[in-house]
Design a protein. Structure first.
Length: 459
């Protein structure tokens, strides 16, 4: 009986406590569900190394050990494949990457050199499963949520000394791949670390603890997609070393002005959408983008695509297209003159511009995207040319169009050229007046257009 008590005591004393501390070695892990475990983490043995393939979900603070010992053989803990709740591999022997909503702190051991799930899945983020309802179907996906959501609500990240692959420098609460200078993931209480070159996609999503006046460090070259989405930033200083800004990189903040450095050669769609921008400037030495004629916009110099506008934008005559979400939620934009050179208007381009009063689509414009002017509540005059294609919900819920004296004027004489439901309201009210070519008046009366307008007149 005494021997049994001593054995249990010895086993308990050599087990690492993952609720905090300094890692060390795990001796005599036991088998559960076909895998080694110490009661906190699950391990898989691959030749001479060990991998973490899951947790039991009971610890909010996880410490990755240096190594585990099995039958007097020591296996260095060099890989992390999953920090979520342990789940048995599928029929193909692949570990599922799962969530752990209770995990708030991660301490990485000195031997971990690889953090990667199977089939190229990110262990820190997962694709957000969003099912839009009712009016949400008209929103851009980034307005609903981040394209990826956190599997673990990590607040603090620590890397123990001696790790050759990763660090968490200067208390930044960021996991950084040392050789590439890449921020892999940031804790929810993170700050932007110094001496970094890359920021991974979604690394700082939702990190509202960041300094509102965010100055990114010199030497930074690449900002991944959605990297700073919804971080409540009011100002950001981009370093002269910057070259790439990913899709939605700063979507959903409160930025008032931006300056694009000279060496930036790639800017993704809606990189600065849904902010409070009043001033946009591109360095005059930039060869790929410009803000010609002090237009307060970012324009792709070669294609003449307007990537980003603001409340004070004046669109230059040469612009041929407006990108998706270019003016999304520019709530103080009152007037906009669309140039005759304009060929297309992207999805959600002016969505939420609640102060915009009139819009005349130029004759050469062939397409207006989905929800392009959705929710422009002050809009009272719309003019559409012949041959234009209008996306779903393009002018939906434009409250001003229901007011007396407002109108929609169309140049086409075929009622089926455009689906009239693009002018619908979610509360089933009607737009005030539709103006059509004189010889087409009867055709429009007899069509579905009469379901969406109180009156139809000719000109």
């Amino acid at each position: 009986m005494l021997l049994g008590v001593m054995t249990v005591f010895a086993l308990g004393s050599c087990m690492n406590d993952h609720s905090g501390g300094g890692g060390g070695y795990i001796s005599h892990p036991y088998m559960k569900d076909g895998y080694y475990t110490d009661g906190k983490l699950y391990y898989d043995i691959e030749q001479t190394a060990a991998s973490v393939v899951g947790t039991d979900g009971g610890a909010s603070e996880v410490v990755i050990p240096d190594a585990i010992e099995i039958n007097e053989v020591t296996y260095s803990l060099s890989r992390v494949k999953n920090l979520g709740i342990f789940k048995n591999p599928d029929d193909y022997g692949m570990y599922g990457v799962t969530a752990n909503t209770g995990l708030s702190s991660l301490q990485l051991g000195p031997n971990v050199t690889t953090i990667q799930a199977v089939v190229q899945k990110d262990i820190f983020y997962e694709v957000a499963e969003v099912t839009p309802t009712k009016e949400d179907v008209y929103l851009p996906s980034l307005a609903l949520c981040a394209p990826l959501k956190r599997r673990y609500p990590l607040q603090t990240i620590v890397v123990r000394g001696g790790n050759p692959a990763y660090d968490a420098r200067e208390g930044s609460n960021c996991l950084i791949h040392f050789a590439s200078g890449r921020v892999v993931v940031a804790g929810t209480d993170a700050k932007v670390p110094p001496a970094i070159k890359e920021i991974a996609p979604c690394a700082f999503v939702g990190c509202t603890s960041l300094d509102r006046n965010c100055k990114l460090p010199d030497g930074l070259v690449d900002i991944g997609y959605s990297a700073f989405q919804q971080c409540a930033l009011t100002n950001v200083t981009l370093p002269s070393s910057l070259q790439v800004i990913g899709n939605g990189a700063f979507f959903g903040n409160h930025l008032k002005e931006i300056t694009i450095p000279a060496d930036v050669y790639e800017i993704g769609f809606y990189a600065f959408a849904d902010n409070d921008l009043t001033s946009i400037n591109v360095d005059k030495d930039n060869e790929f983008f410009d803000s010609r004629k002090d237009c307060n916009a970012i324009i792709d110099t070669e294609s003449n695509l307007l990537l980003q506008g603001c409340d004070n934008t004046v669109i230059p005559d040469e612009v041929t297209a407006i990108s998706p979400c270019a003016f999304y939620n520019c709530t103080r934009l009152k007037t906009i003159s669309l140039p005759t050179s304009l060929v297309s208007i992207g999805d959600h381009a002016f969505m939420g511009c609640i102060s915009l009063e009139t819009v005349a689509i130029p004759e050469e414009t062939g397409s207006v995207g989905k929800a392009a002017f959705y929710g422009c509540k002050s809009l009272t005059q719309v003019e559409l040319p012949q041959g234009v294609t209008i996306g779903a919900g393009a002018f939906r819920n434009c409250d001003g169009l229901a007011q007396q004296g407002s109108y929609v004027k169309v140049a086409f004489d075929n009622p089926s050229a455009v689906d009239p439901s693009v002018f619908a309201f979610s509360d089933n009210k009607k737009a005030y007046q539709l103006q059509v070519p004189e010889d087409a008046l009867e055709r429009f009366y007899d069509s579905d257009w009469s379901k969406y307008f109180m009156s139809i007149t000719s000109y």
